[in-house]
Design a protein around this ligand. Structure first.
Ligand code: SF4
Length: 375
């Protein structure tokens, strides 16, 4: 089963931590959306007839886009791909875009999962991050979405912040649980060089939290949300039963996906394709397919990717699947290499799966790197 991803690379305001490709100049949005429709038609064979299970509008800020276009994009997918098994249509939204009317338009368009970028329920934290909304608007957005009928809501939170009140994370977790959302994504802040926070860090005005504090907050998030009934199923993701993100799960399980729009990535099982991270160059090149780059993933690349993504998921690596995908020699090599981590208690191996417990995920990179292979 496959997924389709639409990247809407426009934002009204740039958040201080954000390293995604986005553009605060909205004048080219209409033209870009029209070009994305043409791209869907042009790349209709990319998924090789595989059934589409999920559609995802991410960004950027997809909630800047009129609901009529969202409806048209979903219809276009239905017309050009096998969407007979479509289960999940997600749209990322900023809280202050979510009026009753807009939300009703999304529901009518076929969006059945809402991803609200809340980040924190503390106003001082939100101001420092340069977010557009305040905590009250975030609460209102979830409540309005419920009233309109959304029964699958996920929110984003950020922790590991070197600013804001000491109890901001605790209050955000309490508020998130009180809102009874179905899914929560919680990310540790990364200070990227090409962001306002990155420039502040370079000037010595912002220092990342120490490793012990990161670990402490990671465990706080884990303990709080699992105690509230959420399954910590991937390093940054928590879900109530039946509400895991189907779209992201397909990335983690190396399934095919088609990415539409500037900077969007696609994967057809062998090849990774990505569009240029520039609205202007995308508009110039998309019709002649001149805005794409690609690389063929070798078996080693794909193996390393499976190791990296699967060990950050609760289920870990399925040994039968590993053997089927990469052959007995590599599967046996993996088990032999993993053995020392199993012996030291970092990994578990029940004969069917090799997995890491969630409490270890924050520090799993060195283990994962040790299990990589080179060509
Ligand atoms: S975090 Fe989201 S809303 Fe903020 S600048 Fe980045 S893409 Fe835009």
């Amino acid at each position: 089963m496959a997924g389709i991803y639409f990247h809407i690379p426009f934002c009204r305001r740039i958040c201080a931590y954000c390293d995604f490709y986005k553009n605060a100049d909205l004048r080219l949005m209409e033209q870009t959306l029209a070009a994305m429709e043409r791209e869907v038609v042009m790349r209709r064979n990319f998924l090789r007839g595989e059934a589409v299970r999920t559609i995802y509008f991410g960004g950027g800020t997809p909630s800047l886009v009129p609901t009529e276009w969202i409806a048209r994009a979903i219809e276009l997918c239905r017309a050009r791909f096998d969407c007979s098994q479509l289960e999940e249509v997600t749209l990322e939204a900023n809280p202050d875009d979510l009026s009753t009317e807009y939300l009703a338009g999304l529901r009518a368009a076929g969006v059945n999962r809402l991803s609200i970028g809340i980040q924190s329920f503390d106003d001082e934290v939100l101001r420092t991050m340069n977010r557009r909304h305040d905590a009250a608007a975030a609460v209102r957005a979830v409540e309005t979405a419920r009233a309109v009928g959304f029964d699958n809501i996920t929110i984003d939170l950020i922790y590991g912040l070197p600013f804001g009140p000491k109890d901001a994370l605790t209050r955000s977790l309490v508020q998130a649980v009180a809102l009874d959302v179905e899914h929560i994504s919680a990310y540790h802040l990364t200070i990227e060089p090409n962001t306002r926070f990155g420039r502040m860090a370079a000037r010595g005005e912002l220092t990342p939290v120490p490793d012990e504090e990161s670990e402490h907050q990671y465990l706080q998030v884990h303990n709080h949300l699992t105690a509230a009934g959420y399954d910590h199923y991937e390093i940054s993701n928590f879900a109530k039963e039946g509400f895991r993100s189907r779209h992201n799960s397909s990335y983690w399980h190396s399934q095919r996906y088609l990415g539409i729009g500037p900077a969007a990535h696609s994967f057809d099982g062998e090849q990774r394709v990505w569009a240029v991270a520039s609205v202007a160059e995308y508009l110039n090149g998309v019709d002649a397919a001149e805005c794409f780059e690609s690389e063929i993933l070798t078996a080693t690349d794909r193996y390393n990717e499976v190791v990296m993504t699967a060990l950050r998921c609760r289920e870990g690596i399925d040994l039968v699947e590993l053997r089927e995908k990469f052959g007995a020699v590599r599967a046996e090599y993996f088990c032999a290499e993993a053995e020392r981590f199993v012996a030291s208690g970092v990994l578990s191996n029940d004969g069917k799966r090799v997995a890491m417990c969630p409490e270890r995920w924050l520090v799993c990179d060195s283990v994962i790197a040790d299990l990589f292979v080179e060509d």
